[in-house]
Design a protein around this ligand. Sequence first.
Ligand code: IMP
Ligand code: MG
Length: 171
Amino acid sequence: MKVELKILINENELKERLKTLGREISEAFNGEKVTAVCILKGAFMFTADLIREMETEVEIEFMRIKSYDGMKKKVDKLLYDVECDIKGKNVLIIDDILDIGGSLKFATKELRKRKPARMKTCVLLEKERKKDFKADFVGFKIPDKFVVGYGLDINELYRDLPYIAVVENNN
Ligand code: IMP
Ligand code: MG
């Protein structure tokens, strides 16, 4: 069945918001060099655009986390790790969307063990339902609906769309 998509955030809105986000993040790190950790796959497009709006020097690293349904609860596993030693660095973790918060909680816990100088988190989208994680920077707060585009997928499709769309008939 072909899914029905309705645009929620268009290209222009994304572009404008990223400009302010990039500035705010640069200020929060006092203009010092930042190691951006892009959480794959969903945050790849957001990261590429966001770092171009940042006013600091930027190093780019990637991390991939996979969630499995374990016996009683979801289990997160590190599939791909950053390649540099982040000890003493200014780290910005960049993710696509904050839903319940499991994956970001896992990523921050894992990276904090390695003693970065400072660590902040940034998500493009945050769903309105209650979560057990608070991101330092949020691009847009959105309703509790399934969205795709701009890196986000449904069964690996639609990551290439230049906008964020709600999946209307996701059954
Ligand atoms: P959390 O761990 O519950 O916060 O879930 C975050 C992860 O679930 C994101 O990084 C996405 O990969 C995925 N996810 C959650 N909601 C959506 C959505 O609406 N569209 C696509 N992926 C989603
Ligand atoms: Mg993800």
